[in-house]
Design a protein around this ligand. Structure first.
Ligand code: UDP
Ligand code: MG
Length: 327
């Protein structure tokens, strides 16, 4: 008998694992998750692996695992849609009373999940993992990530916890709220903060990747950071206005100065240096502001197209009735 109440006789925990080219680690990860989940008290578990259009053998390995273990279910995308979309698809497909998001590379230790469940049973709706330490990451990644979380928090209208990735547990009400949010650009950790409810943190040490390489090269990291900031803040737009006003102010001062010199003195400004500086500076500022505007307009364009967020090619191990469409 499954009840929806946390602490009820038996609850269902859905663990969502986004996987992109993770052939080297995925079976170890699923084994660890299965063995940890066998120790959950009064809980059944489903493990939803979302294959994000992997080009390696990830999908075949997942299919094998789904055949062997009842708890393992697989969603396979028609192409690579990105980490945040993969997580979204997993959340959409999950039927558990609580949903746990975890990376496929064992950087988030599955052993922390029982602590998260305990907090959930105490009544928290979101239990997120905060990285107290990160092993095996380059100094560059550590410092850029640190800066990113601080800038994001400074700009965002909702506080987003520092140094916190997607490793978290969410209760059913939070999951249902997330599912009702239709935006195309999914910055899941920000969306979860926006939702509210009772949230708490658990500290953990972020291990280094068990095997394989990071699927977040610099380019993807920058896009991810820009998405996060633009989806959660309109401060850049306001910054564009501030810059515009500031430079317009200096331009007016310059005009008065030039006129004064021209009319009342013989010593008027001759050089084209000043002219060039002004033209280039203002041109540059205008381009930056246009770019910022363009970013937001692009987002609006993507939203109004209302394309599906992702395309599922294969579903393995799901009950047939669980094809919950997005609103
Ligand atoms: N991932 C994904 N799609 C992508 C990139 C990454 O599903 O396009 C998954 C990846 O398999 C992993 C998680 O997202 O489970 C985090 O990626 P990764 O470990 O490469 O990022 P890092 O920990 O280096 O930031
Ligand atoms: Mg990783």
């Amino acid at each position: 008998m499954i009840t929806n109440a946390p602490g009820g006789t038996q609850s269902l925990i859905s663990i969502v694992v986004p996987c992109y080219n993770e052939e080297e680690v995925i079976s170890v990860t699923i084994d660890r998750l299965l063995s940890v989940s066998s120790g959950f008290e009064n809980c059944r578990t489903e493990i939803i692996c979302v294959d994000d259009g992997s080009q390696d053998r990830t999908l075949q390995i997942l299919e094998g695992l789904a055949e062997k273990h009842d708890a393992v279910r697989v969603l396979s995308f028609a192409r690579n849609f990105g980490h945040q979309i993969a997580v979204t698809a997993g959340i959409d497909a999950a039927v558990g009373d609580a949903v746990v998001l975890i990376d496929a590379d064992l950087q988030d230790p599955p052993e922390v999940i029982p602590e998260m469940i305990a907090k959930w049973r105490e009544g928290f709706d979101v239990v997120y993992g905060t990285r107290s330490e990160r092993e095996g990451e380059s100094a560059f990644k550590l410092s850029t990530a640190r800066a990113f979380y601080r800038v994001l928090n400074g700009l965002s209208e909702v506080p987003i916890p520092l140094d916190t990735g997607d490793f978290r547990l969410m209760s059913r009400p939070v999951v249902d709220t997330l599912k009702s949010m239709p935006e195309r650009d999914r910055f899941v950790r920000g969306m979860v903060s926006w939702v509210g409810f009772e949230q708490t943190a658990i500290e953990y040490r972020r291990a280094k990747r068990h095997a394989g390489v990071s699927k977040y090269p610099l380019r993807k990291m920058i896009m991810f950071a820009a998405d996060g900031i633009i989806s959660f803040s309109t401060v850049p737009l306001r910054l564009a206005i501030t810059l515009g006003v500031l430079f317009a102010f200096f331009a007016v001062l310059g005009i008065f100065y030039a006129l004064f010199m021209r009319i009342f003195t013989d010593n008027f400004v001759e050089g084209w240096t000043a002219l060039m500086i002004a033209v280039l500076l203002i041109g540059g500022v205008q381009l930056v502001c246009l770019g910022i505007l363009g970013e937001y307009t692009g987002k609006i364009y993507r939203e109004v197209k209302r394309r599906p967020l992702y395309i599922v090619q294969k579903r393995i191990g799901f009950e047939p009735h669980v094809t919950a469409p997005r609103p």
